[in-house]
Write a protein that binds this ligand. Structure first.
Ligand SMILES: Cc1cc2nc3c(=O)[nH]c(=O)nc-3n(C[C@H](O)[C@H](O)[C@H](O)COP(=O)(O)OP(=O)(O)OC[C@H]3O[C@@H](n4cnc5c(N)ncnc54)[C@H](O)[C@@H]3O)c2cc1C
Length: 376
């Protein structure tokens, strides 16, 4: 068994959350080592699939997120400048379409007003003229947020890895961590043939949280992403349709003329890593059945590409950001409940500050793991 020592922080799991943790730790001048069982960006976890939405107007589980959404936007804008050649953020705007009686409409309006973000309410007629290809019922309302943006996921992950290489972060990809152990003054990280030691560790395992034996409740929800030619479904803004009848579909335009229009829909999860990453014909038929009532063109459009993606949902949709049970030298970040990309820059900062025992002004009690014991 080899033994490698001398790191300030080990990051285990190199999805978007772990990458930001590594980035901020290195920015502080810390010696960082990063592990991933695969080579990011990969299609087995949650941080892949061309793009992600960042919106101000979104159903958050608590008002506590109000200042955090503003801060995370600022951080994304600064990343947009740092990684300028990437064109990281594409401002397309987003329209969320809900049933007219849905109480979330009022909540989203209040949220937007509190944030002082411009928005427009669209009735069925304007929605129909705006999205003539979609079947818009008479009983829906749209909330338009012109400032919403799409993040270029995979090019950004590649750029962060290149940045890490330039800044001497050893990336240990395709190296699975089998165990992490806290000692009074250091942490050991065990892989198949090497024991590493670091002063501290940040564990960001995404959907693999349950493999750590911590007994933290998490539900995995598999989403299927499909791409059709832009000519089949030309859109200029993102559209989220959430009709309270299990119809939850998101449409993403593709401004860079790559891959076409993206459609995301829920598919029931079959257990196990292999089945999560594979897509069956039944999955595609199930998704087509969901999309058809909203966009009948799905039956005629050629399928350019498809990928699964896993969401890790907590029981209350608040994240898990906490110390490892029994140790202040290890922190864990998981359960990002469909909003991990948006908050990743901020979460990465929190994780680093926590593990370095540096003060954090925000009240993060919402994210403590033991809050779940109090949920009935
Ligand atoms: C279809 C879809 C659409 C989404 N849309 C949005 C959106 O529009 N906006 C938004 O903000 N969020 C969105 N999300 C959610 C967001 O993508 C996730 O919250 C985020 O990517 C989670 O990142 P993560 O780093 O926690 O997990 P992951 O990206 O899964 O990373 C975890 C990493 O840990 C590694 N790992 C696990 N165990 C080990 C081990 N033992 N040893 C070594 N490595 C290990 C894995 O290989 C993996 O690379 C969406 C998610 C999906 C599935």
């Amino acid at each position: 068994m080899k033994m490698i020592k001398g790191f300030d922080v080990a990051v285990i799991g190199s999805g978007i959350i772990g990458l930001f943790a590594a980035y901020w730790a290195r920015q502080k001048g810390l010696h960082v080592i990063v592990f991933d069982q695969h080579h990011p960006p990969h299609r087995y976890g949650s941080s892949h699939g061309l793009n992600r939405a960042i919106e101000y107007i979104y159903q958050e589980p608590s008002q506590q997120y109000l200042p955090w959404i503003q801060r995370t936007w600022e951080l994304w804008r600064s990343m947009h400048q740092t990684f300028a050649p990437l064109d990281l953020l594409a401002v397309t705007g987003a329209v969320t379409i809900l049933v007219e009686t849905d109480p979330r409409i009022a909540q989203l309006q209040t949220w937007a007003e509190n944030l002082d973000v411009p928005f427009k309410i669209l009735g069925p007629a304007s929605l129909r003229s705006r999205f003539s290809q979609l079947s818009i019922s008479r009983h829906v309302i749209g909330i338009e947020e012109p400032s919403a943006a799409m993040i270029a996921v995979e090019p950004f992950i590649r750029s962060m890895i290149a940045w890490g290489q330039e800044h001497n972060i050893p990336w240990h990809f395709n190296e699975k961590v089998l165990a992490v152990k806290a000692h009074p003054d250091h942490v050991t990280i065990k892989t198949a043939d090497t024991d590493y030691t670091a002063a501290r560790a940040i564990v960001t395992p995404g959907p693999w949280l349950s493999q750590w034996g911590l007994n933290i409740p998490i539900t995995l929800s598999r989403q299927l992403m499909l791409w059709v030619p832009k000519s089949s479904l030309p859109l200029s803004s993102m559209v989220n349709i959430d009709l309270l009848e299990d119809i939850r579909i998101a449409f993403f335009p593709e401004p860079q003329e790559r891959w076409g229009t993206k459609i995301i829909a829920d598919v029931p999860l079959t257990a196990g890593e292999k089945t999560c990453s594979a897509i069956s014909v039944e999955d595609i038929l199930t998704v087509n059945d969901q999309i058809r009532p909203i966009w009948s063109g799905i039956d005629r459009a050629p399928l350019i590409h498809h990928e699964p993606c896993i969401m890790s949902m907590t029981p209350d949709q608040n994240f898990y950001i906490d110390y490892w049970p029994g140790s202040k030298h290890i922190v864990i970040g998981a359960g990002f409940s469909g909003r991990g990309f948006k908050y990743a820059p901020l979460v990465g900062q929190w994780l680093v500050n926590m593990v370095m025992q540096e003060p954090i002004e925000d009240d993060l009690s919402l994210f403590r793991i033991n809050r779940i014991d109090n949920l009935s």
